[in-house]
Design a protein around this ligand. Structure first.
Ligand code: ATR
Length: 271
């Protein structure tokens, strides 16, 4: 039985099982295929991955805090995963086994997921502002630079913005001019605990306009204050759940080779 799972710590609140099982059902792959959540701490991570591979699993999604470790244990990795320094998708056994164990291939679909979630691909003239310099920001900055956009990175701790910008081909910015950007992506955790984004990010409530696309990786039951404000000013908005759906669709395609039923996945993820 080809199993699939998301592995993380904690992982209980993940929407991936509902979303992926709905997709497997729609594609007629269930019940042979199934997708579950596996909780494993950092010390157990590699053993858990090897055990799942040995037990016939086809692949895994990997989430916090294991994305760097997932890349490290893989036998091969895509350019995106290597450049970002993290993998959110592993697949097993494509190709020959490595001695006693199956080959592990690593991919990062967070980058492609972000691009797929945008209303249009950013053109070479596009100017993008990425807020934050953590793990989520790395995939976003890499994806946008790769697509040809000019990318500025702002972070509360400026040295981290400078480091990620230098490494990935973007520019750090200390005081971004909000109106200069066609695309603004919040990758920080601001808003997750109900903070006012306009107290913590270099953005003004009245600074959005209709020619902008605003992305907030944070998601919850209701639209974030950042997205609600941007939408009120006529901007197009994308939330973190749409990015989750799109990265999950790309992962599903890698494992099954089938075209993902995006609408079914979106409906299941939004519950
Ligand atoms: P992730 O992997 O989810 O990106 P992370 O590596 O912990 O998580 O990064 C969190 C990001 O949110 C960082 O850019 C962090 O800024 P610092 O580098 O200055 O810590 C940002 N962040 C978290 N809380 C913040 C706040 N209250 N105001 C501004 N930025 C914040």
């Amino acid at each position: 039985m080809p199993g699939l799972a998301v592995i993380g710590y904690p992982v209980g609140h993940s929407r991936s099982p509902a979303m992926q099982n709905a997709a497997l059902e729609e594609l007629g792959l269930a019940p042979e295929w199934g997708y579950e959540a596996v909780e494993a701490g950092p010390e157990e991570f590699e053993d858990a991955v090897r055990a799942l591979a040995a037990n016939g699993y086809a692949g895994l999604n990997v989430t916090v805090p294991h994305k760097e470790a997932a890349l490290a244990l893989a036998d091969e990795a895509s350019e995106a995963a290597r450049a970002i320094g993290a993998a959110n998708t592993l697949s097993f056994g494509a190709g020959e086994s490595t001695g006693a164990r199956l080959r592990v291939a690593a991919e990062n679909t967070d980058a492609g997921g972000l691009l797929a979630a945008l209303p249009a691909a950013p053109g070479p003239e596009a100017r993008a502002l990425v807020l934050g310099a953590g793990g989520a920001a790395r995939a976003v900055v890499w994806a946008l630079v790769e697509s040809g956009a000019g990318v500025h990175v702002w972070n509360r701790t400026p040295s981290r913005a400078a480091a990620i910008a230098t490494e990935l081909g973007a520019n750090a910015v200390a005081a971004p001019g909000q109106g200069e950007y066609e695309l603004i992506v919040n990758t920080t955790a601001v808003g997750l605990r109900g903070e006012n984004p306009f107290d913590h990010l270099p953005l003004a409530r009245e600074g959005f306009g209709p020619s902008q696309v605003v992305v907030d990786m944070v998601y919850g039951e209701r639209p974030s204050e950042l997205l609600a404000t941007a939408e009120g000013a006529g901007a197009q908005t994308v939330d973190g759940l749409e990015i989750l759906v799109q990265q999950g669709a790309l992962s599903l395609e890698i494992w099954t080779g089938r075209e993902p039923p995006i609408d079914v996945m979106r409906a299941a993820a939004r519950g």
